[in-house]
Design a protein around this ligand. Structure first.
Ligand SMILES: CC(C)(COP(=O)(O)OP(=O)(O)OC[C@H]1O[C@@H](n2cnc3c(N)ncnc32)[C@H](O)[C@@H]1OP(=O)(O)O)[C@@H](O)C(=O)NCCC(=O)NCCS
Length: 132
């Protein structure tokens, strides 16, 4: 089940984020200002996604993570399916092959590479896009 997140979800979201070092590590309370959704499995938050409008009919996926105990069960695929129609962009670390495989499996294609986009550790960013 996919549902909007509330402030009550923040401790659980913080725990999932902390267990997902490949995800962006932002203050989780900031997510309440964006489109912020939870995927539940058996009544517990198993993953979350955050996105924002990036122009007319365009969206940027800001963060996405699934509890390591609940991976490879289609949780992230369902969160991506919950994104609105339009053009969706995502930036992902070049080394994050699991996330790139997920986005490719969800119809995204690579549209660019930003050299040295990430810090600590420094790394290129792969820009991907899908038309939903
Ligand atoms: C990337 C991540 C969100 C995937 O979540 P998930 O719920 O396990 O993904 P799903 O089960 O929905 O996977 C859907 C498809 O994506 C691909 N995929 C997902 N994880 C994969 C992996 N580790 N290796 C290869 N392919 C993978 C597969 O094609 C998978 O379909 P399949 O299981 O039928 O083969 C999760 O591994 C995670 O939280 N990683 C750390 C945070 C992160 O990297 N976030 C993205 C930041 S840009």
């Amino acid at each position: 089940m996919i549902r909007p997140a509330t402030a009550a979800d923040l401790p659980r979201v913080a725990a999932i984020q902390a267990a997902s070092p490949e995800a962006a590590q932002w203050p989780v309370a900031d997510y309440l200002e964006y489109s912020f959704y939870i995927a539940e499995l058996a009544g517990e938050a198993a993953g979350f996604a955050v996105w924002r409008a990036a122009g007319e009919g365009e969206w940027e996926l800001l963060n996405l993570a699934v509890d390591p105990a609940h991976r490879r069960r289609g949780v992230a695929r369902r969160l991506i399916a919950a994104l609105p129609s339009g053009r969706v962009f995502i930036e992902v670390r070049a080394s994050n092959t699991a996330a790139q495989a997920l986005y490719t499996a969800s119809g995204f294609t690579v549209i660019g590479r930003r050299r040295g986009y990430y810090h600590s550790p420094p790394e290129d960013g792969i820009v991907m896009r899908v038309e939903k």
